[in-house]
Ligand binder design. Structure first.
Ligand code: ADP
Ligand code: DP6
Ligand code: CO
Length: 319
């Protein structure tokens, strides 16, 4: 019986949004994330009569099949192993909607590949491998807070745990405004973003923002963490708007949600937002305010689904 590997999604508080090397997925900046308890991917790799990729019970062809098997081919070459593979994966997160499905997906796939071939790796080695599938997946090896140090080559670009079991009261409310797959993948979006005149200035701020975020976490300073995460996300989306040609992942509902967060803050309900490559908004808050925030969002967005997530665990092998 082959084993299933589970990896949880992670949401970046300091974003990765640009590559120095496309094929190796070497980032232009370091990033910092929070792994979530409520969203994850379960993946099993077994020997097959032919290569096949099943996602949520449906056999895949085209781009998502290609992406999985070009990744697995790289891994097979690296470890000198062979054979057709059957990949069966279930996403407990909307796929390609800006809710970080690729982070849990490629962490779980790298893990399941190693389990299938009996390859034993350290967390750092697994993080490097997962990175080849999707950059953000490098961070999903760990629970709690993780940092992906950009590095200068394949060897030095990997993630490590900053704090796997944070004691901080940090809630991340995912407001599912639109669960449909996006038109522009993260891979394409960040490539386009690099044409913005604000891309370089943003990059120059990365190290300082990351250091400030680490300090906020260490000081258990929710206000600092939230305001910095919001600023960093807005910088990323400003870079998209000013790309040549410009684009945005925002939808009218996204703007409405941003304004609602500002409004709640004015009312003394402290919360901040972050947004990734999709229209959905994630609200950073503390336990005492979750009820009020949820109530207001549900009334303004007509029964929208809101998931209250907090810190999740690192990668694990089930059964
Ligand atoms: P997201 O915001 O969900 O991370 P991306 O554009 O980064 O969006 O990545 C989405 C792509 O990741 C999908 O189109 C698919 O190719 C791949 N993917 C998502 N889930 C899985 C999975 N469970 N197994 C393999 N590949 C997956
Ligand atoms: C906005 O890791 O999905 O979520 O490496 O091309 O697969 P690829 O991109 P991906 O990009 C994630 C972008 C982000 C920010 C982040 O997670 O750091
Ligand atoms: Co992604």
């Amino acid at each position: 019986m082959e084993k299933t590997v589970r990896a949880h999604t992670n949401i970046a508080l300091i974003k990765y949004w640009g590559k120095a090397n496309q094929s190796l997925r070497l980032p232009l900046m370091s990033s910092l994330s929070m792994t979530l308890d409520q969203f994850y991917t379960d993946t099993k790799v077994s020997a097959g009569p032919k290569n096949q990729f099943w996602l949520n019970g449906v056999e895949q062809s085209g781009q998502s099949y290609q992406r999985v098997f070009s990744f697995l081919k790289l891994l097979q070459e690296k470890f000198g192993v062979k054979g057709n593979l059957k990949v069966e994966s279930v996403n407990h997160v909307p796929t390609a909607a800006g809710l970080a499905s690729s982070s849990s997906a490629f962490a779980a796939l790298a893990g399941a590949f190693c389990v299938h071939y009996g390859i034993n790796l350290s967390a750092v080695e697994l993080s490097r491998l997962a990175r080849w599938g999707s950059g953000s997946a490098s961070r999903s090896i760990y629970g709690g807070f993780a940092i992906w140090q950009k590095g200068i080559d394949n060897e030095s670009s990997y993630a490590y745990a900053l704090d796997e079991k944070p004691q901080m009261d940090l809630q991340l409310l995912v407001v599912e405004l639109n669960k449909n797959p996006k038109e522009l993948s993260s891979t394409q979006g960040m490539k386009q973003a690099q044409t913005s005149p604000f891309f370089r200035p943003w990059l120059e701020r990365n190290q300082a923002e990351l250091a400030q975020m680490v300090a906020a976490i260490k000081a258990n300073d929710f206000s600092k963490l939230g305001s910095l995460a919001e600023l960093n996300a807005c910088e990323m989306h400003a870079v998209n708007l000013t790309a040549q040609p410009g684009f945005t992942y925002f939808e009218p509902a996204t703007i409405k949600a941003i304004k609602l967060v500002a409004d709640l803050r004015r009312l003394g309900i402290e919360c901040y937002f972050t947004i990734d490559a999709g229209p959905n908004i994630k609200i950073l808050s503390q336990l005492k305010n979750v009820k009020d925030i949820t109530k207001r969002f549900v009334s303004e967005f007509h029964n929208v689904n809101i998931i209250n997530a907090s810190f999740g665990p690192g990668i694990s092998c089930l059964n």
